[in-house]
Design a protein around this ligand. Structure first.
Ligand SMILES: C[S@@+](CC[C@H](N)C(=O)[O-])C[C@H]1O[C@@H](n2cnc3c(N)ncnc32)[C@H](O)[C@@H]1O
Length: 213
């Protein structure tokens, strides 16, 4: 019997525990260390560097990085920067990388932030994990607190299902299930009703300028 698991992420308790546990080793995904060292990822390091450059070249405005994780990308944002994540362990690492910024624990789908408090919402590898209802909630919150949204996510690759529940293994051997989607640059830009910022083999990025009502 095939069990179809309903997409879940931002409000899923098991997913929350997984990221809390993964925080200390999360950057190994970016830096090809630990379990990621054995993966065949042609061009990965150079694309990570390009994404870092893209982030560093964004104009310096008031930015809220939603689901900032360890702050691997957040630390390259210029201007007034606040990182937000639901995992306390992630936030501790992110704060250590933001000497002039702030990292806080919070829920991406219910931002405890005043309307228009920021110029930009930035989010990396979060949007693509969200099921439809949570995507709507996230987009609505982004539009409420900022006039611009920048989304960095994972590129669609040959032979990889564009939507899947993945089994993730941590360094201690524990196994976890995570819902994830992959995009072409055009798909991501169309879905968020924005324009393409980056179109790589591993990463895609889009920017949305919200219209004022
Ligand atoms: C794949 S990581 C992305 C981290 C980082 N933005 C990056 O680009 O590497 C997903 C992050 O989403 C966070 N997260 C999951 N649900 C959340 C929620 N409801 N509110 C805030 N953060 C959440 C997790 O704790 C985790 O740090």
């Amino acid at each position: 019997m095939v069990v179809v698991q309903t997409p879940a992420f931002a409000a899923d308790q098991a997913t929350g525990l997984y990221y809390e546990k993964r925080a200390g080793e999360y950057d190994e995904w970016y830096t090809s260390k630990g379990l990621f060292a054995a993966r065949d990822r042609l061009g990965w390091d150079s694309e990570v560097a390009q994404v870092v450059e893209l982030v560093a070249n964004l104009p310096p405005v008031r930015t809220l990085d939603v689901a900032c994780g360890t702050g691997f990308l957040t630390q390259h944002l210029r201007g007034y920067v606040v990182g937000l994540d639901q995992s306390p362990a992630m936030v501790t690492i992110a704060q250590s990388r933001l000497p002039t910024g702030l990292a806080v624990v919070g829920d991406a789908l219910h931002l405890l932030v005043a309307d228009s408090a920021f110029d930009r919402v930035f989010t990396g590898h979060f949007y693509g994990h969200l099921p439809p209802k949570d995507r709507e909630a996230f987009m609505s919150e982004a539009r409420r607190v900022a006039s611009e949204l920048v989304v960095v996510d994972s590129a669609c690759r040959p032979g990889v299902d564009s939507e899947q529940w993945q089994e993730r293994v941590l360094n201690d051997g524990s196994r976890h299930k995570v819902f994830k989607r992959y995009f072409t640059a055009d798909q991501l830009a169309a879905e968020v009703e924005g324009e393409t910022l980056f179109d790589g083999d591993w990463f895609v990025a889009a920017k949305v300028q919200f219209l004022v009502d």
